[in-house]
Design a binder for this molecule. Structure first.
Ligand SMILES: *Cc1c(COP(=O)(O)O)cnc(C)c1O
Length: 229
């Protein structure tokens, strides 16, 4: 089941890349594994997935150690990260996709030093919709957060991530993806450096995200089926 889904998604990624004149190697599928069991995650690994994302540190602390034998699996934190959970996140994840405030930078540096972790990848999560439930750095604060973070070479800023509102019609989500890319391009101009990664697009809108430049698409239900809570 997961393998069939994986193959179908990879085909859709290829087709979206073709439409956009992009190379399929530029796009990574990240399996969003919240609520999924270690066995389901193994199934995705066997199908070919190497990049995984968890939303909650507590859940990740229970599951990731059970999957340590998947040596080339990479784990990203894709949910809102509370400051008091950073001490557990360091060591579990290679990348925090949800860096959204200076306080998190400070806490990451402190915990990395204590654990002897020399380098971590981060993406800055940008809040592009007003809903209370959405997290991220407001667009007007992104330049300041980047300036602050660049003081610390231990944090490798690879790009940006966003969680747009859920809208039935993926075409209605397109402006949010376009906006994330616009901010990325603007920051590349301001800082004269590249931000190669754009993490955007989920099960129902990832092909549109790819057309707008996504390099990481975060997919849950299309890969594993509906979530049971
Ligand atoms: C759950 C989740 C996804 C995947 O959502 P699906 O609609 O199941 O593909 C992607 N990104 C984040 C941040 C999520 O929490």
């Amino acid at each position: 089941m997961v393998k069939k889904n994986y193959e179908r998604i990879m085909e859709e990624i290829e087709k979206a890349c073709e439409r956009a004149g992009r190379k399929p190697e530029e796009v990574k599928l990240l399996a969003a594994t919240k609520t999924r069991t270690p066995d389901e995650i193994r199934e995705a690994y066997e199908a070919g997935v190497r990049l995984f994302g968890e939303n909650r540190v507590q859940e990740a602390r229970e599951k990731i150690p059970q999957l340590k034998d998947l040596e080339d699996a990479e784990w990203h934190m894709i949910g809102h990260l509370q400051t008091n959970k950073v001490k557990y996140a360091v060591g579990l994840f290679s990348c925090i996709e949800t860096l959204d405030r200076k306080e998190l930078v400070d806490e990451l540096l402190k915990r990395m030093e204590r654990k002897g972790v020399k380098k971590m990848d981060v993406l800055v999560e940008i809040k592009l919709s007003p809903e209370e439930s959405k997290h991220g750095c407001p667009p007007e604060n992104v330049e300041g957060l980047l300036t602050y973070t660049f003081q610390f070479p231990q944090l490798n800023v690879l790009g940006f991530m966003t969680v747009p509102p859920y809208l039935e019609d993926p075409e209605e989500v397109r402006p949010f993806f376009r906006e994330l890319r616009r901010i990325r391009d603007k920051m590349e101009g301001i800082f004269s450096r590249k931000f190669p990664e754009l993490s955007m697009g989920m099960s129902h809108d990832f092909t549109v995200a790819i057309e707008e430049g996504a390099t990481i698409v975060r997919i849950g239900t299309a890969l594993f089926g509906p979530r049971k809570y």
